[in-house]
Design a protein around this ligand. Structure first.
Ligand SMILES: Cc1cc2nc3c(=O)[nH]c(=O)nc-3n(C[C@H](O)[C@H](O)[C@H](O)COP(=O)(O)O)c2cc1C
Length: 190
């Protein structure tokens, strides 16, 4: 097979995007990106990925939950500021996805399934990048709130959250963070 240099270019040039333009992502473009998830390798074809598209009403719920972490301040201006910061975060992109992994089988299968969903997330990120769309894989505070688990019905559905994926046209593409040469992490065994 002839190696395809454009794939490596996409892998190297993709950046985590945290500032998005407000332009919407066309629906057909979004579906092309989502479709890339299912082509990830997955052992025994368990297809463990699940994706929830988080709408604005749900984002308000998440922003409230995030703001409530600012412990019971009696000062309404402190709470208002916390809410504003939380809203800014969860509303930062035109599209917000929650990528989850269906929990099934024994421990070994769960490890494999989680690995497959991580591969699916990278497929999503690279497919988005190839359309000029940036992503931010996030496992921050908001993903660990009980309200988030409730919103996504994780226990009822038997799923674990692998991360939020913020998605949209980049307002700014940051410099690539420095990486160590791969030789630093590779060893030879006899
Ligand atoms: C599993 C996972 C979780 C991440 N969670 C966060 C996060 O919560 N907040 C954040 O700023 N970046 C998060 N990132 C993005 C990394 O910070 C980012 O990939 C790293 O800084 C390298 O930048 P690059 O993606 O532009 O190469 C996450 C990445 C992965 C793979």
């Amino acid at each position: 097979m002839i190696p395809n240099p454009t794939i490596v270019t996409a892998i190297q040039s993709r950046r985590t995007i945290k500032e998005f333009r407000s332009d919407p992502v066309p629906e057909e473009t979004l579906w092309r990106i989502l479709d890339a998830a299912r082509w990830a390798p997955n052992h025994r074809l368990t297809e463990p990925w699940r994706i929830a598209m988080i709408g604005m009403q749900s984002r308000e719920t998440l922003a409230d939950a995030l703001a409530n972490l600012t412990e019971s301040s009696q000062d309404p201006s402190v709470m208002a500021k916390a809410k504003e910061g939380a809203r800014k975060k969860v509303m930062s992109s035109p599209v917000l996805l929650a990528v989850t992994c269906r929990l099934a089988g024994n421990r070994a299968q769960q490890v494999e399934d989680l690995a497959a969903v991580c591969a699916a997330v990278q497929n999503l990120q690279l497919a988005a990048w190839s359309e000029g769309i940036g992503t931010h894989w996030n496992t921050g505070k908001v993903t660990r709130l009980p309200e988030t688990s409730a919103l996504l019905e994780l226990s009822e559905r038997g799923e674990q959250l692998v991360g939020f994926l913020y998605l949209g046209y980049p307002a700014q593409v940051p410099e690539a963070p420095k990486r160590q040469p791969i030789q630093d992490f590779v060893r030879n065994l006899p």
